[in-house]
Design a protein around this ligand. Structure first.
Ligand SMILES: Cc1cc2nc3c(=O)[nH]c(=O)nc-3n(C[C@H](O)[C@H](O)[C@H](O)COP(=O)(O)O)c2cc1C
Ligand SMILES: CC(C)CC(=O)C(=O)O
Length: 400
């Protein structure tokens, strides 16, 4: 369903406009937390600029009067090959938080990933999105009981998949978070950690549960002075393919699929297939974990090639740095089945709550549809490498 833009939205015609408008509406702590990458931020920047290495080869004189942007994801139709990535703590951006994001996704028919570190419960967010597919991003906590509880709750609510984040064996170093001594404001809570009974009695234990995660000491995030040895719910240094994937499949199947989020190499893609996951998200956590890792669009081709070399072809998604409809097109041309956008959703939320998220989604969708038409394509499945050229380091352009 189309979002009716009002006149002020004419100031906002691109995701970049949205970034600027959102920045004016967030306090410094939130803006820095959302926007920064780890260390120097070079991977965060390269996730975006790497798309410039590719140019589109448009075909002409084709009837493009009926363009269909729909795709199938998690077994259901979605209006475009773009989803709202799982990002933590939406209530920092807007009081309506994840529920506003989910309501926008429902209205726009867009898949959403919910972070384990959401500020509203997975039940309430699912109620807001209705039948539109949702996936629960999971940090596999060292305390397995807690993960089991979350998985059971997600299953009961009809979540389609669990996205196991695998790029956080330890947390990346985000310097602005350290400098700002990032703190969750007192009125917010990490809702899925809270005991729902306590919550209804008005005595939420979310804060203490969160600090149990080692992430906060009371109100403040704990930062190691010596060697990095984060021991948090998010960061679990003990996870392995052999030990944990089979266990997770047992907990989730058959009701929910098990995906791994954060695969960046062909070698790990082969292992993901070997251990029987249902899908892969090529991701470097939006440049927030290992700085100086490859840009995700540069890692994508080797992951796609590795998956295609396997007997069973599982879907490959990608996220990181996608800010334009043309970026979506390029990722699909390089073999992705679907992409996710993180910060653009948060910027929309900060700008105008649910309406802002709808605007972000519609901007991307409009641009993607326009790009398909101008490239001479009417169906998403026809987007392929023939439509791309790559610029090499000497500035020469060659077909893929
Ligand atoms: C503020 C913020 C919070 C995030 N929180 C999570 C999280 O809780 N779990 C997770 O797996 N990824 C998290 N991510 C990573 C996103 O899921 C996604 O990989 C990334 O945002 C994609 O890059 P983009 O922001 O450039 O689109 C977060 C990213 C941001 C920017
Ligand atoms: C609570 C955090 C670990 C969430 C996250 O993944 C992030 O900020 O990138």
């Amino acid at each position: 369903m189309a979002y009716n833009r009002d006149i002020t939205d004419l100031q906002c015609l691109s995701i970049e406009d949205l970034r600027v408008l959102a920045a004016q509406r967030m306090d410094k702590q939130t803006r820095d937390y959302y926007n920064e990458g780890s260390d120097s931020g070079s991977t965060l920047a390269e996730n975006i600029t790497a798309y410039q290495k590719y140019r589109i080869r448009p075909r002409v004189l084709r009837d493009i009067s009926a363009i269909d942007t729909t795709v199938n994801v998690f077994g259901q139709n979605s209006c475009m090959p773009v989803g709202a990535a799982s990002t933590a703590m939406h209530c920092l951006a807007h009081p309506d938080g994840e529920i506003a994001t989910a309501s926008a996704c429902k209205k726009q028919d867009v898949v959403m990933g919910l972070s384990s570190f959401a500020t509203q419960t997975l039940e309430d967010v699912k109620d807001a999105i209705g039948d539109t597919p949702m996936a629960l991003q999971l940090y596999l906590f060292e305390d397995r009981d807690h993960s089991v509880k979350l998985i059971k709750r997600a299953k009961a609510k009809g979540y389609k998949a669990v996205l196991l984040t695998v790029d956080t064996p330890v947390l990346g170093r985000r310097n602005l978070e350290i400098r700002n001594q990032f703190t969750l404001p007192k009125h917010l809570r990490i809702a899925n950690f809270a005991n729902r009974v306590d919550e209804s009695s008005g005595d939420s234990d979310a804060k203490s549960t969160y600090s149990e995660a080692g992430y906060y000491d009371g109100e403040k995030r704990v930062w190691p002075r010596g060697p990095i040895r984060f021991h948090t719910h998010a960061a679990n240094p003990t996870l392995t393919w052999e030990k944990d994937i089979e266990w997770l499949k047992e907990q989730c199947h058959p009701e929910m699929e098990v995906w791994v989020k954060g695969v960046m190499t062909g070698e790990d893609a082969v292992l993901a297939c070997h251990y029987g996951v249902d899908g892969i998200i090529v991701s470097n956590h939006g440049g927030r974990q290992l700085n100086s890792s490859l840009a995700t669009i540069d890692a994508l081709p080797e992951v796609v090639a590795a998956v295609r070399s396997q007997e069973k072809r599982i879907p490959v998604h990608v996220d990181g740095g996608i800010r334009h409809g043309t970026d979506v097109f390029k990722a699909l041309a390089l073999g992705a089945d679907f992409v996710w956008i993180g910060r653009p959703i948060l910027w929309g939320l900060a700008y105008k709550g649910q309406e802002g998220v709808e605007l972000a989604l519609q901007l991307i969708r409009d641009e993607f549809k326009l790009c398909m038409g101008l490239a001479g394509i009417t169906k998403v499945e026809d987007i392929g490498p023939d439509y791309l050229a790559k610029i090499d380091k000497n500035g020469f352009t060659a077909r893929l």
